[in-house]
Every structure is written in structure tokens, then in C-alpha cells.
Design a protein around this ligand. Structure first.
Ligand code: SF4
Length: 358
């Protein structure tokens, strides 16, 4: 039995991808190309798809972007969500262009009558809506009631929108509550998860870039995932979106929620016993084996002290020595190689192993 008991949410479909109701946590990202530039957007979607991205969101900034979605949809290998702010007509145009879902923030759409028009179009085309609430567009009465965009205010806003949309007879939705603050994000999702069974899209908004953004996003979403909360995830980074997908899979893989279709690397943290340039070695091995699309485990250790023990857990391992390296397969030393031949020979052993497996 899994160590994470995921909350059973209602299942919805975004195109062919199931979200919630026991489906695996779905990885998504967002293009940062101009959606009106169909070719550039499709190229980026293709790169994201190759990384394993399962759903992509595109910003719809005007009518031309909404029309461009039609061409994007025709060729996209994965479902496309239209990201809408302010203008309900753009949501309707995107739905007519074939979007698989629209993401709206009812708080910035204006009157509820406009949201109703989006709901009518989504109903007609049979697609879900992502209802997204965030601290930047919270209703003034809730900000006054709670003295700011607190988690209570955000959750009340989301819950109120869910109820209003349900009262209008629409139930095909997923929910997100985004804040750039980790604590607020965790508390919001914990609360909304108790109040509703709709699938939840989790993530931290405007998390930042590189280490800071990754740590903030991963630490926050990992807490939620451990509690069984979260049906689809985006790690928002100020970086190329392809990196977001990599981080999502590393996170889901480390929590045993998804299996990577690539190598799971383990490497030692290095210490005073190190006898080889491990950092370069790890980077080079990762580069050389980037073509591997099987979930095998590779360990790269800086010395022989712990390597044999540690590498028993791995399919294949390298243990560095002074000017040489041991290549270990399933805990057994299979080659002892000069340092300058180590990567070439290790690649050979990996290929042999993959052949044996297949
Ligand atoms: S494997 Fe060797 S070099 Fe790496 S941390 Fe352990 S003892 Fe140190």
C-alpha cells in the first residue's frame, strides 16, 4: 500500500487526461511564448511534451491569441488550457477555438453574469473550468473582513465561487488557490480540501527562480502531496518552462507518486575521502545518459568506502578511486577502469544492462 493516501476527489477530464479520482498526479506547465506566434508556441509545447508535460496552459491576451489556439490545438500533442484574465469574451473565443479547459479567476472577470456566459460555453463544449483564486485579485469585502488576503479570505473566496457556479448547475471544475507564500498556500489547500471534493491544482505562484524558487515550490507542494492533497501540479519558476516539468517529476518520483521515464540518479555528497572529480563526473554521466528512457537507478560515489554498500540499491554504480573507477552492476564489481575511460565504459555497461532488461 502506498505511504501516501491520496484524497479521493471527483474526476474530471482535460482533453484525454484524467484529473482527480485516483488518477496519477498530472504534471503541467505554461508556455511563455506569445500565443499568437503559433509556430513558436507549438515548438515549446513539443519540448514540454518530450519532457513529460501532460497538460499545457497558454496565455490568451487578446482575440488573436484566442484564434491562434485553434491552430495550436490542432497540432498540440497534449491538451491545451486557455489562461484568461479579465475578459470573459476571450474565454468564450478560446472555448470556441477548441481549448480543452479554461482557467479563469472569477474575481477579475467582473460581474457574475459574465462568468455565467463562460459557464454556458464550457457546458456547450463539454469542457471543465479551472477556478483559480489568488491573493492579487481577492474581493475587497473579504480583504476588509479578514484584514488582508489571509488564508481565511482566500478559502472563503474560492468556496463562494464554487457555490455560485454550482448553483448555476455547473460541476465540471478543478480548483486552485495561489499565493506566493508557502504557509498561506499550505493552509489554504488544507482547508479547501476539507470543504470540497473537486480536484485541486496545486503550486506556489511567483515562487522565483533557480534554487530559491525550487525550494519554495517543492517544500510547499511536498507537504500537500504527503497529506494526499493535489491532483495536478505546476512548479512555477522564473525559468524556461521545461525546467518546471523536470522539477515536477523529480518531486513526484522522490515521493513515489510517479515513476520517471529516465534515470534516477543517486550521488554521494562528497567528503574528505573523495578521490575523483565527482561533480564533473556526475554532470558528464548525466549528459551522456540523457537518452535513457527507462526507470533505472544509477549511483555515482566518490570513493570505494561506501560505494559497494550504497550501490546495492542501484542497478548500476560507479565508485571513484585514485585515477580509476569501479563499475558495479547490481552490487557486483564488473569492471575496474582508468579514469579517462570511465564514462565511456560505464555507458557501455549501461547499454548492455538496458539490452538485458529488454
Ligand atoms: S562515498 Fe566516499 S567520498 Fe562520497 S561521501 Fe561517502 S565516504 Fe565520502
Amino acid at each position: 500500500m502506498s505511504w501516501i493516501r491520496r484524497k479521493k476527489t471527483k474526476q474530471i477530464s482535460v482533453g484525454s487526461v484524467k484529473i482527480g479520482g485516483g488518477a496519477p498526479v498530472v504534471v503541467q506547465s505554461m508556455t511563455n511564448t506569445d500565443t499568437r506566434d503559433v509556430e513558436a508556441t507549438l515548438k515549446q509545447i513539443d519540448r514540454l511534451h518530450k519532457k513529460g508535460c501532460e497538460i499545457v496552459r497558454c496565455a490568451v491576451v487578446d482575440k488573436n491569441a484566442a484564434y491562434a489556439l485553434k491552430k495550436i490545438k490542432e497540432k498540440s500533442p497534449i491538451p491545451v488550457i486557455a489562461d484568461i484574465h479579465f475578459d470573459y469574451k476571450l474565454a468564450i473565443a478560446s472555448i470556441e477555438s477548441g481549448a480543452d479547459c479554461v482557467r479563469i479567476n472569477p474575481g477579475n472577470i467582473g460581474s457574475f453574469d459574465k462568468t455565467k456566459e463562460i459557464i454556458k460555453a464550457a457546458t456547450e463544449y463539454g469542457i471543465p473550468i479551472r477556478v483559480g483564486v489568488n491573493s492579487g485579485s481577492l474581493e475587497k469585502n473579504l480583504i476588509d473582513k479578514y484584514n488582508g488576503p489571509s488564508e481565511e479570505a482566500l478559502v472563503e473566496s474560492a468556496y463562494n465561487w464554487i457555490k455560485r457556479i454550482e448553483d448555476f448547475g455547473f460541476y465540471n471544475m478543478k480548483i486552485s488557490i495561489k499565493s506566493s507564500d508557502s504557509k498561506t498556500t499550505v493552509l489554504c489547500y488544507e482547508k479547501i480540501s476539507k470543504l470540497t471534493d473537486y480536484p485541486l491544482h496545486i503550486g506556489v505562484t511567483e515562487a522565483g527562480s533557480s534554487m530559491e524558487g525550487i525550494v519554495k515550490s517543492v517544500s510547499t507542494t511536498a507537504i500537500l502531496l504527503r497529506k494526499g492533497i493535489g491532483d495536478t501540479i505546476r512548479i512555477s519558476l522564473s525559468e524556461p518552462p521545461e525546467n518546471e516539468v523536470d522539477v515536477c517529476y523529480e518531486l513526484l518520483n522522490s515521493l513515489h507518486l510517479r515513476k520517471k521515464h529516465s534515470i534516477d540518479f543517486v550521488s554521494c555528497p562528497t567528503c574528505g575521502r573523495i578521490e575523483i572529480d565527482l561533480i564533473d563526473l556526475v554532470n558528464e554521466v548525466k549528459k551522456r545518459l540523457s537518452y535513457v528512457d527507462k526507470p533505472i537507478k544509477v549511483a555515482i560515489m566518490g570513493c570505494v568506502v561506501n560505494a559497494l554498500g550504497e550501490s546495492k540499491e542501484a542497478d548500476l554504480a560507479i565508485a571513484g578511486g585514485r585515477h580509476f573507477g569501479l563499475i558495479i552492476k547490481k552490487g557486483k564489481i564488473v569492471r575496474k577502469v582508468q579514469e579517462d575511460r570511465l564514462i565511456d565504459e560505464f555507458t557501455e555497461v549501461v547499454n548492455e544492462f538496458l539490452q538485458e532488461k529488454s
